[in-house]
Design a binder for this molecule. Structure first.
Ligand code: ADP
Ligand code: MG
Length: 764
């Protein structure tokens, strides 16, 4: 696409005009409570839905609660002050010749009713639309919409057309009911011209997809004559949302691609080679392939920006470690960012175990070629922290692992060359950027996630990253069998604990997962967060990083007391089936040391049954773990349960996952569990999950920065729109990387992404 010659910086002032100026303080104040402050805010406040205008109704047949439209004549209209309630009320009586209907309007002040008073003159005929209610035996419409013949419409036919238009229903409040919002929108929109509303979509793009212009689309959406109109308007506005976001992602990607990075080519005969030689298994084909891609990108002079997704257990850690070693060999350092302290500590253990004496740099027994793995977490003791900080700052530690504590100002690196972010779904873009800012030049970036991300979500959330996928699971895994156990079937439940016993006797370990920590846990998952029915599960897991781990909580009996770690652990210790078996606990309210110890005892087999919250969801790796019992399983989402069960069957023994739940058949919760029992393909489950969840849950609070600005676009539904918009946006950005020729698009980016700007835009 070419830059138009006549591209000039057009003013966008009209969109930024305060509503108080356009509408007056009195009308603007209630809108401000809805967060609508400017013309642009109001015009982008789209109807939530459209109400059927209702068929023309005979007054005799009015049913309470029905949305109706009637043609009738005004008999009288009177305004009176309401002494008891304060404010004023206008009551009009309309008639079809035999029966009558009351129309009622309330206002704070008498003056506010003057317009209706002047319009609803006795003898005038009109179409009145509203929901029928009953007031002391009298049918009435409260705040009906209406069209008057000879005033708003030339004749009855015209009034009929007017009255049969779909009625936009706006997200509203008591102070700004939908009909008032609608009136304000009209007042603001009607006088605006195309020139007042510069279109962020380039003409070529609009024409390519047959989309309406901006002014027209707003008109269609706010003041449609029929359903096709608002659909056409929405189609265009939805595309615009996708396009504006993709344009910014493309611009961001292009910018980073132009940045310089220190090339970290593979150096033969050093850590990576030594590591490969002693690797106890052969890499899978996928690990090889992705490894080659990473190796090449790390050797490049521009920063790598890659997302690695792979099924739980697909061996991402080894891939990441090999990339880190390449960087260390080339003289740089790598930082590995983990979402929780448990996971960070485990990463250190895993990396040290994999590296052996290669990780004993500076220690007795270290090889000539060796490095150190440092751990930095928030709860570390001062002495350990000081030493690790020094290791990082001096460059002695080639690999520095940590939680968000790595992001604090005190942490410095000698030469940070690669940032690896594990389990991105717990991290915001913001944290990622903070860490990247710690290097003199943009470091290479590898983001890893075990939650298979459907393509469109990846394009929306990680639009600036290239994606690699590990599809196969290393050979020698026996997989996991999953069964649903009805919670109210005592015999089945008893059998579940016997199975735990059998596995323990065989040398295996068992996880028991509960949704809460203790019975009167304040942080217990609340059923129904706002209106989306999602639970906030196990807040402790998140350790303050933000983001909800919950799945939809539909289906279960609402008042049920959820099982807790403390309670269940006590119960299991008393169970005959488990007599003599040590039962441990793990949850986010324990100190890091306690958590460490609990996991170590479990891993070593001293305490083979571990009752825990979803703390273990992410990345915990104990190969001997063979059974998992999830209590109140209907309280968890599909992806979360899939992650959880990925903790078992990691060694050569097959895994058994028992989902104990009381969701009645046919409920969404029961369907989720049945789906899990039936398939182990993470990508398939992600697709199902996507279909069942609401947008916010799909994207996750912590990573939805860019996506939270989406009002009309649904990644669950608009895959094609997103793909088209991405292609169009990349084409545009290729021709004009900073979008200099597209001021309206740039303005739209600023506006659409306003709240997210700080975290969203590249800081480097
Ligand atoms: P995830 O992708 O879930 O992070 P991990 O990296 O933790 O998976 O790997 C899971 C387990 O599989 C680890 O114990 C790891 O050592 C092992 N593993 C990784 N790659 C291979 C392989 N190619 N062959 C056999 N085992 C492997
Ligand atoms: Mg992992």
């Amino acid at each position: 696409m070419s830059v138009p010659d006549d591209a000039v910086v057009r003013p966008v002032a009209r969109m930024d005009e305060p509503l108080s100026r356009v509408l007056g303080e009195r009308s603007a104040a209630p809108l401000a409570k809805l967060g609508l402050r400017t013309t642009g805010d109001l015009l982008r406040h789209y109807p939530r839905r459209y109400s059927e205008p209702g068929t023309l109704t005979d007054l005799a047949s009015l049913a309470i609660g029905e949305h109706v439209t009637v043609m009738a004549q005004v008999q009288q209209a009177t305004v009176r002050e309401m002494r008891s309630r304060g404010g004023a009320m206008l009551q009009a009586v309309v008639t079809d010749g035999s029966r009558s209907l009351h129309l009622t309007f309330f206002a704070k002040r008498r003056g506010a009713l003057r317009l209706h008073e002047q319009r609803l003159l006795p003898g005038r005929t009109g179409m009145f639309t509203g929901v029928v209610s009953d007031y002391r035996g009298q049918r009435q419409l409260t705040h009906p919409d209406y069209q008057l013949v000879g005033v708003d419409a030339d004749d009855e036919a015209a009034a009929l057309v007017e009255a049969s238009r779909p009625i936009p229903i706006y997200p509203a409040s008591a102070a700004a009911p939908t009909w008032r919002v609608q009136r304000c929108v009209r007042t603001v929109l009607d006088p605006l011209t195309d020139a007042d509303l510069p279109d962020p979509l380039p003409d070529q793009v609009r024409e390519r997809h047959g989309l309406a212009g901006l002014r027209e689309a707003l008109q269609l959406v706010h003041e449609p004559y029929d359903d096709d109109e608002w659909r056409r308007g929405l189609k265009r506005l939805r595309y615009e949302e996708a396009f504006v976001l993709q344009a910014e992602l493309a611009r961001r990607r292009a910018r980073t691609a132009q940045q310089e990075a220190v090339a970290r080519p593979r150096v033969p005969g050093r850590l990576l080679d030594l590591f490969d030689e002693r690797l106890p298994f052969t890499l899978t084909a996928g690990q090889h392939e992705v490894g080659a891609v990473l190796a090449e990108e790390l050797a490049g002079a521009h920063p790598m920006q890659r997302l690695l997704q792979g099924e739980v257990g697909s061996g991402k850690t080894v891939v990441a470690l090999r990339a880190m070693l390449q960087v260390v060999d080339a003289g740089g350092q790598a930082a590995l960012l983990a979402p929780t302290e448990v996971l960070a500590a485990q990463h250190v253990r895993t990396l040290r175990a994999l590296l052996g004496d290669l990780a004993e740099g500076g220690f007795l027994g270290g090889t000539d070629v060796s490095t150190r793995v440092a751990l930095l977490t928030g709860s570390q003791g001062a002495a350990a922290r000081r030493e690790n900080l020094l290791d990082a700052a001096s460059g002695r530690a080639g690999i520095v692992v940590g939680t968000h504590a790595l992001l604090t100002d005190t942490v410095q690196f000698a030469d940070l060359g690669l940032v690896v972010v594990d389990e991105q779904h717990r991290f915001g873009v913001e944290q990622r950027d903070l860490l990247r800012a710690k290097a003199a030049q943009t470091p290479h970036l590898l983001v890893m996630t075990a939650t298979p991300i459907p393509r469109t979500v990846a394009m929306t959330v990680f639009g600036d990253l290239e994606t690699s996928t590990l599809r196969e699971i290393p050979a020698g895994r026996s997989g996991v069998t999953t069964h649903v156990v009805p919670a109210d079937n005592a015999a089945w439940v008893e059998r579940a604990w016997q199975r735990v016993r059998e596995e323990v006797d065989r040398g295996g370990r068992a996880y028991v997962v509960c949704p809460r920590i203790d019975p009167d846990d304040e942080k217990a998952p609340r059923r129904g967060r706002d209106d989306d029915g999602a639970d906030l599960l196990a807040d402790d897991l998140l350790e303050g990083l933000g983001g909800s781990a919950g799945g939809p909580g539909d289906g279960g009996p609402p008042a049920r007391q959820l099982r807790s770690v403390v309670e269940v652990a006590a119960e299991l210790r008393a169970r005959p089936a488990l007599s003599g078996v040590q039962v441990g606990e793990l949850h986010g309210r324990m100190s890091p040391d306690e958590k460490e110890r609990a996991l170590a005892d479990f891993a070593a087999g001293r305490v083979p049954v571990l009752v825990s919250t979803t703390v273990i969801e992410v990345g915990v790796d104990v190969p001997e773990a063979t059974v998992m019992v999830v209590l109140d399983a209907d309280r968890f989402g599909i992806s979360q349960l899939h992650q959880l069960r990925g903790r078992i069957g990691r060694g050569s023994a097959p895994g058994l996952c028992l989902l104990v739940a009381s969701a009645p058949d046919g409920t969404p919760a029961a369907t989720r569990l049945a789906t899990l029992a039936a398939t182990s393909d993470g990508f398939e489950l992600a697709a199902v999950d996507l279909g069942l969840r609401r947008e916010g849950d799909v994207l996750g609070a912590a990573q939805s920065g860019a996506a939270s600005s989406l009002r009309l676009l649904r990644v669950t539904r608009d895959a094609q729109v997103i793909a088209d918009a991405r292609a169009d946006a990349r084409e545009l950005v290729d021709a004009d990387p900073e979008l200099d020729g597209w001021p309206a698009l740039r303005a739209a980016i600023d506006q659409q992404l306003a709240g997210e700007r700080e975290e969203f835009l590249d800081r480097a």
